[in-house]
Each structure stands twice: as C-alpha cells, then as structure tokens.
Ligand binder design. Structure first.
Ligand SMILES: [Mg+2]
Length: 403
C-alpha cells in the first residue's frame, strides 16, 4: 500500500487523555489509577468539589467519567479516584514541545486546541517518507521525549484523518484508505462526523437517520428540504469528502492596495488597467508573506467622496494575481460609474490563511497551472528588478478583456 501513500497526505494527531497523562507521568504513584483533573481547590486538603472535569485518565473513564462532567458527580462515580487541580501552564509547555516535534516534519500544521493538530505532509515525502512513516516517527518521539501517548489517523483529508484517529484510540495508529471509506465510515453514528451540530443531529434522528451511511445515501433535494443549504455540505461529509485545507492560524486580517488618482477617472478601461496593477500588487505581497485569501473586496471612491465596497468570497483561497483580478473585474462590472468619476480605487484580499506554495501547486488543475507558473516567474523577475519594472499591462492589451 506504500505507493498509495501520496494520496493520504493528512495526519491527525491527538494526545491521549492529555492533562491526566501529564499528571500520571509526573507522579508515577498515580499511574494505572483513575485520575481526574479539574475543579477548584478549596484551599484545604485539595478537596475538589466545585467546577467540572477537565480531563479523565482512561482508568477513570471506565467509571463513566468524562470531561465536562461536574466534579461532584465524578466523585460520586469514583470516590477513590485521584482528583487533582489543573496545571494549565504545565500543559501549555508540554503542548509546545509536542507541536515542536511535529514541526520537524512539515510547516503546515493546524492546531485544534492544546493536544490535537492536523499535519499536511504534501511535498515532504521525499525528505521524510510517507505519511505513515512520519506519523510513526512522531508517535515514537512523543513517547520517548515527552513520556506521553499520541493517537494518529492518516487519510486523504482532514475529516477522515480525524475519524481514523478516533477509531484507533488510545495509543492508536489508523490509516483510512479511500477504498475503505464506505465500509468504515457508513456504520458510524452521525456524531462521528466532524462538523455536524447537535441540533442538526437531532433533526436527522427524528427523520430516522442515525448512521453516516444513511445520510450519505439520502437524495440531495430531500436533504435540502430537511436542512436547507447545509444539506448538501453534510451529504458530502457523509461521503467522506472534505476539501478544506490544513491552515496555519494567522493574525493578519487582510492585504490591501489602493490608488488615488490625480484626476477623477470616468473611463472604464483606465480603471481596469489600474485593477490589474492592484491585483498584481496584492497577489505579490500575499505570496511573499505566505498568505492566501478567500475574500476579494473592490473599493471605489467617487468624486463626491461616497465610497463603495463590494466583495466576493471564493470557495478556495487564492494568492494568484489572475484570480484576484478576475474577481475584481466582475465586481467592477456591477458598478455604474458616476458622471463625476472615480478618485480612488482599491483591492483587498481578506479571510486570510497561511499556505505552502508547493501544496498550492499540487492542488491546482492544469488550466490554472499556466497562471501559477507565470506568476512565479514574474515574482522571480520582480525580486531581481523591482516591482514596477514588471507588470502584465502589455499582456492585457493582447488578451482582449471585455465587458
Ligand atoms: Mg486528546
């Protein structure tokens, strides 16, 4: 199956009973015992009566104790359990070490809390081997270096990788191959689907739908009747289809460029040329800083200072000039240019995510690839000769961009 591995670039990792495992590791006397982390100390003898369970060791889970349960209830279920207050700072330190180990294999890491993350190893196989080899290596290192257990799921997308992890827990290692998706996914309860809310689940159950397989087979119109717009998305998820990418969290909100004209512009062609230039600038800085955005906003300020913002949100993020330009042009087409003309024109790319260029190249289809290659070639020239030296204004003239 090794040759198939390029189809399975996503690894999901989840530390087993994280907080509780850190406590058991640091206090070997608690190993093998039901241990519950959480609650607020009363300052006396560590009696924890208030608050909720933050984490329960696997031994405690056998008593029916789970995270979120009130501490008093956990006490009732397991009076002899070890109850400890949470040491959040300690857990944050351990979490950082865990993330550090993972980042030795790919920069594309999406955290889901302190103890869970996705890795996308596309393009890293040549260096470190298949996703299975990388996941095994990380498991080994987490065990040796941190003294903790981590479960791993490997699949073609995030949804399936997370399901795979849960199927193997604890200390799990599960590869979910595309051809096995119906066999493995369909018998699972709806709650196994990441992204299905409690309300939606209730509504589906009322209609007699309990399993993922049932949801996957409902005709789309029926589902849309039942759940509205969300129906289509959930049907795709139930079929194991998820095209969301592994996304590095980013603090940057948007990238924008604007031009104030020295004289107000009434001629649409001049605005289009300016849009091309602005798209190139926004795209260039997005690529340079490693961002992609899903929302393109066109900003127009008229002679009388009234300002118009119009935007379109794409399904997939982009940082390619041509894509940004096409959207901006589409937005401009919808706007009637006032007689007094335009004094300011701007483009903003927002809804940003960080992304690895290599992966982006892999994902793009052939038609788009031409633009991608051209874009990167232009970037290299710009690095050499400066931004203003290279624009695609001349290409614009040859290309017949109409209405
Ligand atoms: Mg966990």
């Amino acid at each position: 199956m090794m040759s198939d591995n390029h189809r399975l670039p996503i690894i999901h990792l989840d530390l087993d009973a994280f907080f509780a495992s850190v406590e058991q590791r640091d206090n070997p006397i608690h190993q093998g015992k039901p241990l519950i982390v959480g609650g607020i100390s009363d300052g006396g003898r560590g009696n924890l009566q208030r608050g909720v369970v933050c984490a329960a060791s696997y031994e405690a889970r056998k008593y029916g104790i789970y995270a979120g349960m009130p501490i008093w209830e956990a006490h009732q279920k397991c009076p002899k359990g070890v109850f400890l207050p949470a040491r959040l700072n300690k857990y944050i330190k351990e979490s950082r070490k865990f993330f550090q180990i993972c980042s030795d294999y790919t920069p594309l890491i999406e955290p889901l809390g302190l103890d869970e993350l996705f890795l996308d190893i596309s393009g890293c196989e040549a260096l470190f081997g298949s996703s299975e080899i990388i996941a095994k290596k990380i498991k080994e290192r987490v065990n040796q270096e941190l003294g903790l257990k981590v479960s791993a799921g490997i699949a073609q997308n995030k949804l399936l990788a997370k399901i795979a992890t849960n199927l193997g827990k604890p200390d799990g290692f599960f590869t979910l191959y595309p051809e096995d998706v119906p066999k493995i996914l369909y018998p699972l309860p709806l709650s196994s689907l990441w992204g299905i809310g409690k309300k939606t689940e209730e509504r589906l159950k009322k209609s007699g739908i309990y399993l993922i397989g049932q949801l996957a087979q409902i005709p789309e119109p029926v589902l849309e009747n039942l759940l509205g717009k969300n129906g289509k998305r959930l049907k795709l998820l139930a079929q194991g289809l998820d095209n969301s990418s592994v996304t590095i969290p980013t603090s940057k909100k948007s990238i924008s460029k604007e031009t104030t004209f020295s004289a107000n512009i009434t001629e649409r062609n001049i605005l289009i040329k300016e849009l091309l230039k602005l798209s190139q600038e926004v795209g260039y800085y997005a690529r340079k800083e490693g961002y992609q955005g899903r929302t393109v906003t066109l900003k127009l300020r008229f002679h009388n200072f009234t300002t118009l913002n119009k935007s379109i949100t794409l399904e997939n993020p982009t940082h390619i000039d041509e894509n940004i330009f096409k959207i901006a042009l589409k937005l401009l087409d919808k706007i009637k240019i006032k007689k007094g003309g335009v004094r300011l024109l701007g483009i903003k790319l927002s809804n940003l995510t960080c992304s690895n260029q290599l992966i982006q190249l892999n994902l793009l289809n052939n038609k788009e690839n031409k633009w991608v290659q051209l874009t990167y070639t232009l970037d290299r020239l710009r690095e050499k000769y400066g931004f203003t030296a290279i624009t695609r204004a001349t290409l614009l003239e040859q290309e017949k961009i109409e209405d």
